[in-house]
Design a protein around this ligand. Structure first.
Ligand SMILES: [Zn+2]
Length: 92
């Protein structure tokens, strides 16, 4: 079971990463919406449209403190998920 949270209503902070550079490679960071997955109590959950800063060089994702806090609040079950999906798992 995969539970999906959509953070589309999260306030846009597109200028938050302006002028920031990647701490790993020095690349430019641009604001994007990304999907994050977490495993909580044995269940996978998916967070869609999470505002993030993404390095254009190495792809490292950065999250602002308030977005991280919002993620924690969301996954702790204060909000119902938007939808649930069945996922296929293949073991090698
Ligand atoms: Zn980088």
């Amino acid at each position: 079971m995969r539970i999906t949270f959509n953070m589309q209503n999260q306030k846009d902070v597109t200028d938050f990463w302006e002028g920031e550079t990647c701490e790993y490679c020095g690349g430019t960071i641009v604001a994007k919406r990304v999907t994050r997955h977490r495993k909580i109590k044995g269940s996978y959950i998916l967070l869609e449209n999470v505002p993030a800063g993404v390095c254009t060089e190495c792809g490292t994702h950065y999250f602002s403190a308030n977005v991280l806090q919002r993620i924690e609040e969301t996954v702790r079950g204060r909000k119902p998920a938007q939808r649930e999906e069945i996922i296929s798992i293949y073991a090698f």
